[in-house]
Design a protein around this ligand. Structure first.
Ligand code: CDP
Length: 215
């Protein structure tokens, strides 16, 4: 029984950073499930797929020529690690993630990340839908302001431009979509430990998750 730690939470809560560090510390594999929705969005935007066509979008998701290689993400031969972080791609990802057929199309791919010696899975529904039997479930959250600050810094560091008011509005719109959608809405999984990181560094959060896992 290969161990899984799920880390779910809202946009820009820091779960990506925390999941990455926890996986490193334990020598576990990492599933960045949000990247799969972003890759589907990027692929659909580039092909000009009709964003209202659920069936066509599910086909795109099902046939993603994706490859993960030591923190780098490839679509075919092209490295898209930065391209998928653009706001337009994130927004589109958040919209198509509400479509049941798209979620279904990415289900098997997500399960396949569970390999020895273990997996840290980062997303919205890792503990509720994809790995309900996980050994440890964490729900990572932070205030809207703290999350907007983090997202701002992330974008600037990647060389993108960013505007605080737009980011706040965008975060709130994304929270609303993630929590109110009919399929796999963002809620803490049963038995999840809730961790509010508004006043915490990523490293503090990592230590807390590792302490929970050890017990
Ligand atoms: O940066 P942000 O947290 O917004 O996004 P992400 O974790 O990279 O995921 C991109 C989008 O995919 C999110 O806005 C979610 O709506 C969606 N998503 C999802 O529905 N289920 C997951 N397991 C992961 C992401």
């Amino acid at each position: 029984n290969i161990p899984v730690i799920t880390i779910d939470g809202p946009t820009a809560s820091g779960k990506g950073t925390v999941a990455h560090k926890v996986a490193d510390r334990l020598g576990f594999h990492l599933l960045d499930s949000g990247a799969l929705y972003r890759l589907t969005a990027l692929s659909a935007l580039r092909r000009g797929t009709d964003l209202r066509d659920e069936h066509a979008l599910a086909k795109v998701a099902e046939h993603l020529p994706v490859r993960f290689n030591g923190g780098h993400i490839y679509l075919g031969t092209e490295e898209v690690s930065n391209a998928i972080r653009q706001e337009e791609v994130g927004n589109t990802a958040s919209k198509i993630a509400a479509l049941p057929a798209v979620r279904q199309a990415l289900y098997g791919l997500q399960l396949s990340f569970r390999e020895t010696p273990g997996l840290v899975a980062d997303g919205r529904d890792m503990g509720t839908v994809i790995f309900p039997g996980a050994q440890l479930k964490v729900f990572l959250t932070a205030s809207v302001e703290a999350r907007a600050q983090r997202r701002y810094k992330q974008l600037i560091d990647k060389g993108f431009s960013a505007n605080m008011d737009d980011l706040l509005a965008d975060l709130q719109a994304r929270d609303a979509r993630d929590t109110q959608r009919a399929v796999a809405p963002l809620v803490p999984a049963e038995g999840a430990h809730i961790l509010d990181t508004s006043q915490m560094t990523a490293d503090d959060a990592v230590e807390q998750v590792l302490a929970w896992y050890a017990h």
